[in-house]
Design a protein around this ligand. Sequence first.
Ligand code: NAP
Length: 328
Amino acid sequence: MLFKKPSILVTSKLPGNALEAFGEDYKIKSLAGKRAPDKKELKKLFAKADGAITLLSDQIDETVLTGSKVKIIANYAVGYNNIDIKTASEKNILVTNTPDVLTDATADLAWALILSAARRIPEGEKIVRSGKFKGWAPELLLGMDLSHKTIGIVGMGRIGRAVARRALAFGMKIVYADSRRLLPSEEEPYGAKFVDLETLLKDSDIVSLHCPLTDETRRILGRDRLFSMRKGAVLINTARGPIVDEEALAEALESHLFAAGLDVYEKEPEVHPALLKMKNAVLLPHIGSAGRETREEMARMAVNNIIAFFDGKVPPNLIPEQVTGVTH
Ligand code: NAP
């Protein structure tokens, strides 16, 4: 053990019993049951803890990291755009995430949104529950057929590929845009075609976002690009809210797009009021990875990363920037 009884901050209640693995060797400060800490509180807590398990909603910026005693941050998410990685790395603070384990759950949810948006599921639900269902009708809630259509995947990483696997079962064609082209052997199982973002937006009936939020991808879908999408297309965002200009999306939903399915928002938990008014927007409360086993496994991963570090080992899920030494 590197430290005698390290003190670990856990900023929220986590599902399952993963924290039990810390046993008597660690001192745990859990904020379970309390409201989410703001930046000022996080700064105070980081000044006293040796390690921290954080949520994607905890903004760990330079202010929080200045004067911090924390040596390792285990983020309870695969995305880590909530952490200032440059500053953490400069201060030799390790950052870990929870990749792979949530891939299928998130791809399932992306598909739940694709089907809901394309086939107008929430509108149908509302009709039945409000007593307005008067019987089968040839033109009731006509939606978008999926088979033989094209899905455009932005970010063909773990979740993007899992979405592509599911798309094959629906008989769809797959195009993708990414920061790099996959190897032919990686493309081959999906029959996926590498295109630039402009071509993807023009040629896809469904566009599904699976890139991380970085300086480069922030608002990558602004007004011009949203209106350059195929008319009557569907946009799905289970990646991160700030990748899309929400106000422009609401406008595009009025006149240009068939529907959108969103799990994430620009200013979470706020949702742009214009989007709330659109009945062709299917809106979920950031539940991409919210399968019970998935969330319990994410907690185990976070705990294992902390334990590995204080045992003097390299944490198994160090973020790529810290493996390669490159920062965004
Ligand atoms: P991943 O395996 O790292 O995949 C991300 C892919 O996006 C990589 O292939 C990456 O390429 C690519 N990419 C990076 N910059 C890009 C750009 N400018 N344009 C197009 N593609 C770009 O990550 P993942 O596990 O699939 O997760 C993806 C994201 O999903 C996470 O970052 C997170 O924000 C989000 N997520 C959301 C939920 C939810 O609850 N809604 C759950 C899980 C994850 P390189 O590898 O070359 O950089």
